[in-house]
Design a protein around this ligand. Sequence first.
Ligand SMILES: [Zn+2]
Length: 153
Amino acid sequence: MRFDSTGSSERSGSPGGYLCFRKGDERQGPGGDELPEQEGRPAASEEEAISCKICRFEITSREHAVEIDGQNEHTFFNPAGILFEIGCFAAAPGCADAGKPTPEFSWFPGFAWHYSFCSACGAHLGWKFQSGEGSVFWGLVLNRLVEGERAAG
Ligand SMILES: [Zn+2]
């Protein structure tokens, strides 16, 4: 739209309205071949996805991360002396649970645990912790997960 009458906003300060016409033409152009804004925003949910390192099945996402006892990441040894670094998540939709919850050797007092596996490939990814009061969270082994990555191709 172009207004060559007196009231035309930004160009009204120029001495000669017709000169400004030229500029206007250059500036407007036909348009359409290049969009200044990129189409397709980056999908935040994909970047925050946390997936099984083996099969890249999405297990949980960063938005489910929770702090347990004041921190999200915990380091523990299991009874066999193996070190685990785990992150705590309020939900892990990609996990399948196995076994009955047991309070034995629980890293979180008051919470019983059972194993959590990747529901796609069956890899052991961590543990689900459950309190008698109904609180639930997942402690997932961080080096068995990948964050913000998708399978190549
Ligand atoms: Zn998997």
